[in-house]
Each structure stands twice: as structure tokens, then as C-alpha cells.
Design a protein around this ligand. Sequence first.
Ligand code: TRP
Length: 443
Amino acid sequence: MSTGVRGQWSSKLGFILAAAGSAIGLGNIWRFPYVTGENGGAAFVFVYLACVLVIGVPYMYAELALGRAVQKNPVGAIDRLRPNSSWILVGVLGVVTGLFILSYYAVIAGWTFGYIFKMVIPNWLTFGEFVSRPVLVIFLYTVFMLLTIFVVHGGIRGGIERWTTILMPVMFFLLLGLIVYVNFLPGSGKGLAFYLAPDFSKITGKVILSALGQAFFSLSLGMGLMVTYASYISKEDNLVSSGLFVALADTAIAIMAGLIIFPALFAMGQDPAAGPGLVFNVLPAVFEHMPGGTVVGVVFFVLLSIAALTSTISLLEVPTAYLVDNRGTARKVAVWIVGILVFLLGLPSALSQGAVSWLSQPIVGDMEFLSLMDFLFGNISLAVGALFLSIFVGWVWGATNASEELATGNPKFKKWAPLWSFLIRFICPASIFIILLNLFKFF
Ligand code: TRP
């Protein structure tokens, strides 16, 4: 790291890769298909795409502008612009949300890692047996947390940037190959219809809330991750085109995952609403019958583990940056403090899939501990964070200041500034607010 103590990406590509690495992860391949399945298929996909385009991308620009202008983590950034105000709570919410998302995300990442080995052990455990073995899941979870800590330890360039470079093209082509394969399986057409032919009468308040939550989760928005990553971007870089590329790549990978899962699922007569185990049940079954399936399966879960790792490091980076910027903690110490805290927070999630029975019981609705964490932090908390951050950027710091930052490195943005201001000041906060209102009905 040559530029100061905080570090900076080595190039424009460095940021794009790291941000895409953060965005593309289990959210695209594990979460998107199962949430789509639970919410009835194509109509959900339609609402999801609308949320990405109308709320996600404009909101992402707000986080990017704030981060690069102030060059701090979300708490530090808000504190700089409105010192000692209660707006700082929005930044704190982001940091806390990061801790909690990471706590269960790393559990699922641990399963992914374990599935690499499951691919080469014939007739080992079923998914249900696998996730209910306490020693196994905690071991895998620990390994994954240690990997994450190890990378973030290395800092911005050496750590985070390097990992993403090779992964994404390989992932893209592997998914493409799988799409072709599964869509030739007999019976796959029904899956494609479920996924792509919308029945708009299926759109309810819950569907819209899930779609919005999924859009924020998948794009890594709502908790200041993009604020933090943008704080390492140089002033010459083009935030607008970089952000757009990240959103496009993320959305493309999610859509591709669905083009694999749903045709395969219907070809095998499984239930699309099977919940969080969906991908872990469907894909191994596909690999089993496929020529060369073992190798494809291993490669797939290796890639998915790396995709998850580039996301977990981003989740760990936000609280770490907070301790480094605001508390003056040394980076290496901060990483361990946060890592150990998160590890403890995640233990109940790790044990909630059958290992410990009282943790595996439904707590609210049909959600056991891990699903409840995902609902509270991976959905609600991101939406609440985005609601307040869009108000902060649009009204408090001001859309004009933010537009200026976005136009730095991209003068053409000036033409779009009025439209963007309108979206960030009115459309984003109002639509998130209305969608959240539905929660009251939910409880
Ligand atoms: N976007 C990642 C995924 O789809 C998860 C993630 C990483 C995330 N960093 C985040 C979600 C920050 C919300 C906020 O897997």
C-alpha cells in the first residue's frame, strides 16, 4: 500500500473487481433461486429486476458518492458531514448489520466449502444430515471465518483485490455450460416457464418486500459496504460506469443461476419452494447424473466458495474499517476483534439446521434461527439502512453535492444529475418506506 495509511485500489479495475466480488456471492446462487422459488417464480423475477433498476442502481450511486467524497467507513463519513448528530446511528446500523449478516453467511459459506468434499465422497450424507452434524458444520464455519480473516488481514490490495480477478470469467463460463446442459434434460421446459413466464396476480406485498430485500442483499447495498469500498477509489475514476458494471454483472449471474436451478429442479420433479436447502439439494443431483459430473461438481463448489469468500471479506471489511478509522485500532488487531465477535454471533445459526433442536424450531412464523437472522438483517435492516442513507445523501448532505462527486471523473453525468436527484430524493425513500409499511401486516 503506497498511498497513505488507509490504502487505495491499484486501478479502476481493482475497485470494479472487488465490488463485483462483494456483490456476486451466495446471494446470487444460493439465495436468489430459493427466494424466487418461495415467491412463486417469474413474477418475483420481474419485481426483482424493477427493484434493481429503479431503486438499487440509483441508491448504489449515493453510497459510492458518499464514500469517495469523504473517504471513510459509513460511520466516519456521516460523522464528518454532520458531526455529533443522530445520523451517525445510520452508520452504526450499517456496521452492526454487517456483523450479523457475516455471522450466518459464513455458516452457509462453510457448507459450500464442505460440498467440495461431498462431491468426491459417493453416497455420503444428504443435505439434511450434513447440516445437522454439529462438529462438521462448526468445523467448516471456523475454517471459512479463518480464511476470511486471513484475507482481510492482508489489506486492500494484496488481500481483497487479487482474489477476484481470475474467478469471475471462470464462473461465468461454467454457469453458461451448465445452463446448456440442464435445459436439454427432459421436463426442464416447465421449469423455464415457472422462472420466465410471469403470472402477475402472484405479486403481493410480501413478494415485493422480498424482491427489494434480495436486490439490496445481492448488490451489497444498505449497510455502507459501497461507501467503504468507494473510499478507496481515486478521484479520476468513473463511479457511474463502475457501479453500473457491478450491477449488471451481479444481475446477470443471478439470472443465470435461475436458468440452471429451475429447469433442473422441474426435470427432477423437486419442489421449487424447498427453502434454503434448494441449491444444495438440486445441483448435486444434477452433477450425479451428468457425464463428468464429479469434476464439474468440484469445480462448481470451489468457485462458489471463492465467490462467497470475496463477499465475506467485504462484510468483514466494514466493521474493520470502522475500528481503524474511528477508534484508531491497528488493522490486524481490528480484524481479529471483529472476526472473533462474528464467530460467536454465528454459532447459533450454525447449530440451527437440526444440530440443536431448540435452535432449529421456528421462532417467528416458520423461521428458525438462521432464517430469522437472514430476514432481520439480510432484508429488513438493509432496507431500513437504505431508506435513511438515501434521505441523508439526497436531503442532508444534498443531491447537488453528491451529483458533483459523481460527475468527478465523468463529466457526462451532469446531464443525468436531475433524474438521479429525483430518484434519490423522492423515489428511493418513498418506495422503500411504502414497501416496509407492509411489515406491520406481516407481524
Ligand atoms: N452481496 C453478497 C451476495 O450476494 C453478500 C454481501 C456481501 C452483502 N457484502 C454485503 C450483502 C453487504 C449486503 C451488504 O452474496
